[in-house]
Design a protein around this ligand. Sequence first.
Ligand SMILES: NC(=O)c1ccc[n+]([C@@H]2O[C@H](COP(=O)([O-])OP(=O)(O)OC[C@H]3O[C@@H](n4cnc5c(N)ncnc54)[C@H](OP(=O)(O)O)[C@@H]3O)[C@@H](O)[C@H]2O)c1
Length: 201
Amino acid sequence: MTSATQQPARVLVLGANGQLARNTTRVLLQQSNAQLTLYLRRASRLENPDPSRVRVVEGDVLDTAALRSAMQGQDLVSANLAGDMARQARSIIDAMHETGVKRLIFISSMGVYGEVPGEAYRSVLNPYRDSAAVIEASDLDYTILRPGWFDQTPAVDYQITHKGEPFRGHDVSLNSLSDLILKLVTTPGLHVRESLGVSRG
Ligand SMILES: NC(=O)c1ccc[n+]([C@@H]2O[C@H](COP(=O)([O-])OP(=O)(O)OC[C@H]3O[C@@H](n4cnc5c(N)ncnc54)[C@H](OP(=O)(O)O)[C@@H]3O)[C@@H](O)[C@H]2O)c1
């Protein structure tokens, strides 16, 4: 992984047609020189926004062989998924081990540790809880993001809470999350092996 003045970071974006992933793709293309591989099911849904910097690959994250193939030569994996997230996390970790890619940004949710005051969230968060546990038990250089509710406000304005601290706030803009992901992509070592709550500051 590299900064803007070095070789461009090569980033594999999983779940690339998701709401946050599409916003982050735009931000990475505008504000970094990263090279992107956009990995998604039914790839015909997504138009390549910049063929000089972007490769679009069709695949399911649960297809570890296809994932491994897309992961060859990448510096960083950015996972923006939903569904059976523990199984997805295991497939990602296996493919990362097989390809030697170490750095993972994984989007989870506020509440996975019971850290939101006054909110239990219970079983609805099980996929987020279980996938976070799988990733934290791995040897990868992960950063787990635990955002509040997404909104479309344009401003970049956020605060971070660390694991073990109560979550503060409630909402967060997509642009704020994409800005944090941009910083993680372009700053080697930033927040490695951390799980961060993210909400409006
Ligand atoms: N919205 C909020 O307020 C909020 C708050 C906190 C956390 N979150 C969480 O943050 C994450 C990202 O949110 P989002 O709004 O960007 O979600 P989203 O739009 O639903 O995107 C999730 C993406 O994951 C993809 N996906 C699911 N299973 C896959 C698989 N097996 N292989 C490949 N791709 C797969 C989906 O692809 P398909 O299009 O092919 O189905 C979808 O594009 C989600 O987990 C969400 O629950 C959201």
